[in-house]
Design a protein around this ligand. Structure first.
Ligand code: NAD
Length: 252
């Protein structure tokens, strides 16, 4: 079940957190993994970890917000069977606390970054046997999250973008879905806590964990398991769907 043998998988932001867990799991399931990262050193470390356990992995430097860099990086990769658009950044603030430069930065990485990767990958998938795309949305795509104006805008766009792609490529053997996690315990969350609540890290971590209906944050590996299912042939009838992985956040 869930074999990715002979698949080429591109994972953006695979040097840390959720992307890293996806890269490790996909490689374990037989995929050759390309980690497309702003942080080349982090990507190289993950690739080394994969190779040390007998897997195939490559680190590729690219800023997903830069279309030419993405096109060049994807040219180096060649065939692509799976694209996981995972790279993303956070921003805290309501409308009044969101400077235009911050809005642009979140838009350029989270929204345009995903578009740039779709733009580079879809023609390659069409030339091959099709493919599977998984976009990283968020609970912020579905419900109002306090002080996350730009971030919510970006994740709402990811949700809509996924359905548009799924419809346009229904008959090109390309499936496209999204995942909407609530809080996942990654450097993304740790960095947010350290930056905004210095000296109160443990207290805030406990508070954030309790704010999830299930009483804890997700582990990156739990998100990776869902990603594996959605990128494997076993989910062949699923396209245009979004899967919350949220400990009950949206509905409970
Ligand atoms: P993370 O910060 O641990 O990892 C993100 C990775 O993306 C980093 O390695 C970073 O170098 C890379 N990256 C950032 N900007 C990039 C760029 N311009 N080009 C290429 N790579 C870039 O984050 P994470 O928590 O693993 O989050 C991964 C994704 O999941 C993000 O899209 C995030 O919005 C989403 N998400 C996270 C949570 C959470 O609670 N952690 C919840 C919902 C959704």
């Amino acid at each position: 079940m869930f074999s990715l043998e002979n698949k080429i998988a591109v994972i953006t932001g695979g040097g840390s957190g959720i992307g890293k867990a996806i890269a490790l799991l996909f490689a374990r399931q037989g995929a050759t993994v390309y980690i497309v990262e702003l942080n080349l050193e982090a990507a190289q470390q993950v690739a080394t970890e994969i190779k040390q356990t007998g897997g195939n992995a490559h680190a590729v430097a690219a800023d997903v917000s830069d279309q030419q860099a993405v096109v060049n990086a994807f040219k180096q990769i060649g065939r692509i069977d799976i694209l996981v658009n995972n790279a993303g950044i956070a921003h805290v603030g309501n409308v009044e606390n969101t400077a235009a430069a911050d809005f642009d930065r979140v838009y350029n990485v989270n929204v345009k970054g995903a578009y740039n990767c779709l733009y580079a990958a879809i023609p390659v998938m069409k030339q091959g046997n099709g493919g599977v795309i998984l976009n990283m949305a968020s609970i912020a795509s579905h419900v109002g999250i306090t002080d996350r104006f730009a971030y919510s805008m970006s994740k709402g766009a990811i949700y809509a973008m996924s359905m548009s792609v799924a419809r346009d490529y229904l008959h090109s053997n390309i499936r496209c879905n999204s995942i909407s996690p609530a809080r996942v315990h990654t450097p993304f969350v740790d960095g947010f806590i350290t930056k905004n609540y210095p000296g109160q890290e443990d207290e805030i971590f406990a508070k954030l964990s309790k704010s999830q209906p299930i009483g804890r944050m997700a582990e990156p590996e739990e998100v990776a398991s869902l990603a594996l299912y959605l990128c494997s042939d076993e989910s062949g009838f699923i396209t245009g769907a979004d899967y919350p992985i949220d400990g009950g956040f949206i509905k409970l």
